[in-house]
Structure formats: structure tokens, C-alpha cells
Ligand binder design. Structure first.
Ligand SMILES: CC(C)(COP(=O)(O)OP(=O)(O)OC[C@H]1O[C@@H](n2cnc3c(N)ncnc32)[C@H](O)[C@@H]1OP(=O)(O)O)[C@@H](O)C(=O)NCCC(=O)NCCS
Length: 310
């Protein structure tokens, strides 16, 4: 029956709006949303926190919460940066080590309510490669709003639609949303999505994606190339560039990829990019009502180093 948490409310004294905007909006970076018209006269301010909301509501008389608090997730590795911003703005920062596997801290909002901040995502930061990754034929770069045609072409391919989130029915808005989602992957600590572009024209023809797996130091690789750019080695080059780069970053030991048994092209691609076939994971993937085995391929850091040294 219950499908999730819709919002949490923190209490604040009358006249709290400017402080609420400064703390929850400017410092913590939550986007303010308009309160429904009927509730505006009560004061307070509402903020969006991805799929949920945080409401600052006026309580009269007011007293700060002693223990109850919202806990907000902060994209790794940015908790330290946020802690420094909070301190600089005069808010307390109390790191808590009681749960060894989590980096987290407590602060208080402008009215003394506790707020917990927990770092989520990988501890190894990925950043946009600088300089950009290129091997002379292929360039891996940040997605741009001019890449709409690549998204349109991707939506014509049933295999891409099967596992990627490209909009099934193309519209400018849906394609722009897709591109914005690619940007947010890094910000949200999920991994990184890069456009595969031809080095000569810089035209985007595909996507490569490195996403954190639940195991420390392990990232998964995904990719697609639009139908009319296939068979020219672009996918293989992109997989090699992306995995070489990832394995050269501190803390990343393994890049792996899952492929359906009938996707021979993708399996050839991985072998050409230096990956090793490890085995079959039975009935791992689900597509609607049907399931499929997956073949798992990987590259690991020291072998990649030996490959690079010839
Ligand atoms: C898989 C995909 C990314 C390949 O992109 P690409 O740019 O065509 O790849 P490449 O040109 O580097 O070719 C990869 C290998 O497949 C081989 N290949 C090409 N067509 C093939 C076919 N029909 N059957 C088997 N192998 C084929 C190529 O010869 C090459 O192998 P080689 O280096 O040993 O010669 C692309 O087909 C695609 O986007 N498919 C749909 C999405 C998808 O399946 N993504 C992967 C999910 S795991």
C-alpha cells in the first residue's frame, strides 16, 4: 500500500523563510518549490530533494527537535566540501564514526533542529577526463545539448531501447531530459556517462557509461553506437579508452560488462577492447516478463597495465 516517503517536515518559528532559503536552499543546494496556494498564508518553505520533498513548516510556539531529524544523502566524495561550507557559514559540524562503513555528520539548521548528512555513492571520485579521452578516431566527451540527433537515432534501435533509458518516442524535450540525466550521473555519484564522438567531426554517435558496482573498486561498463555508425570499430575503441582511463584511476581495480549470449557483436567488441570472458551468469537479466543469461567480461588493473606496456 505504502509506496515510499513523500516528504519530511521540519518545524521552524514564524518568519523562518529567509533563513530556510539560506540553509536548505543555498547551503544544502535543495531546489525550492512553490507551496500550494491554500497553504501559503501559513508561511514556511518547501524544497525538492530528488523524488521527495522537505517541508519547513511554522510551529507556534516553536521548540527545536531534540532527536528527530531528516538524514540527507550527499553525493560522494562531496561531504567534506559541504562540511567546510557549513562551518564557514557558522553551522556546527559533528562527524559521527559509529557506523564504520558510512561517512556522515550532524549539523543543525538555523533553528537548532538536527540534520544528518550521509555520503552515498562510491568513495572513488570520477571526474570528466582532463584532457579529454581520444585515440585519434574516437573522442569521449561530455554530452552537449547539440547531441539531440544521436539520441533520436538511438531510439530507432530495439536493442538500445531494451536496456538504455533513451526516450522511445523522440521529442526535443525528452532528448534534452535524457542528456541532462547523463550530466547528473556524475553529480549523483552513480558513475559517468560520456558521448562517443568521431574525433574528426566531433559528432556524437554513441554513449559509453561507467557505473559503480556495489563492490569497492569495481565499475561496470555499458555502451551503444547508433546503427549507421556501427562496424567501424568505434564501439571497441570507446570501450578500450573508457576502461583504460578507469583502470588508471586510483582505487579502481576492475571494469566489467554483462552481455546477452546472442549479442555476438558486443562480445567481439569487448575482446577487441582487451576484456576477458569470465563465464555465464544464468538468468541474471530481466526484460519485462522474460529473462536472459548474461556473459560476464572484465578487465583488471594490473593486466591492463601489462597490456599497455606491450
Ligand atoms: C555493440 C555495439 C556497441 C557495437 O558497436 P560498433 O561500433 O559496431 O563496434 P565495433 O565496430 O567496434 O565492432 C565490434 C566487433 O564486432 C564485430 N562485428 C561487427 N558486426 C558483427 C556481427 N553482425 N556479428 C558478430 N560480430 C560483429 C566487429 O568485427 C568487431 O570485432 P573485431 O574487432 O574482432 O573485428 C553496437 O552494435 C550497439 O550499439 N548495439 C546495440 C546496443 C548494445 O548491444 N550494447 C551493448 C550491450 S552489452
Amino acid at each position: 500500500m505504502i509506496t515510499g516517503i513523500d516528504h519530511v517536515q521540519v518545524a521552524a518559528p514564524a518568519g523562518c523563510e529567509a533563513d530556510a532559503r539560506r540553509f536548505y536552499g543555498e547551503l544544502l543546494g535543495l531546489a525550492e518549490i512553490e507551496k500550494p496556494e491554500g497553504l501559503r498564508a501559513r508561511g514556511g518553505a518547501w524544497f525538492r530533494c530528488r523524488g521527495q520533498e522537505l517541508h519547513v513548516g511554522v510551529a507556534d510556539p516553536f521548540s527545536p527537535a531534540a532527536k528527530a531529524h531528516p538524514a540527507l544523502a550527499v553525493a560522494a566524495p562531496r561531504l567534506q566540501e559541504l562540511a567546510e561550507r557549513l562551518r564557514a557559514a557558522g553551522f556546527p559540524v559533528r562527524w559521527d564514526q559509529e557506523i564504520h562503513s558510512l561517512r556522515r555528520l550532524y549539523t543543525t539548521d538555523p533553528w537548532g533542529n538536527p540534520v544528518e548528512l550521509i555520503e552515498r555513492g562510491a568513495s572513488t571520485p570520477l571526474v570528466y577526463p582532463d584532457p579529454e579521452l581520444s585515440d585519434g578516431e574516437v573522442r569521449l566527451r561530455r554530452w552537449r545539448t547539440e547531441d539531440l540527433d544521436c539520441v533520436r537515432q538511438a531510439a530507432t534501435d530495439s536493442r538500445i531501447l531494451q536496456f538504455a533509458s533513451v526516450p522511445e518516442v523522440f521529442s526535443r524535450e525528452a532528448a534534452l531530459e535524457f542528456i541532462e540525466r547523463q550530466w547528473s550521473r556524475l553529480e549523483d555519484g552513480e558513475g559517468i556517462s560520456l558521448a562517443i564522438a568521431r574525433a574528426g567531426t566531433d559528432l556524437a554517435v554513441g554513449l559509453t557509461w561507467l557505473g559503480f558496482r556495489p563492490w569497492h573498486g569495481v565499475v561496470g561498463l555499458g555502451y551503444w553506437v547508433v546503427p549507421n555508425a556501427r562496424g567501424r570499430g568505434l564501439g571497441g575503441r570507446a570501450a578500450r579508452l573508457a576502461s583504460d582511463w578507469a583502470l588508471g584511476r586510483e582505487g579502481i581495480a576492475r571494469v566489467d560488462a554483462l552481455v546477452q549470449p546472442e549479442n555476438l557483436r558486443s562480445q567481439r567488441l569487448l575482446l577487441s577492447a582487451g576484456f576477458t570472458r569470465e563465464g555465464v551468469l544464468r538468468s541474471l537479466l530481466s526484460f519485462g516478463a522474460s529473462r536472459s543469461d548474461a556473459i560476464i567480461y572484465s578487465r583488471i588493473a594490473d593486466v591492463a597495465q601489462r597490456q599497455a606496456n606491450g
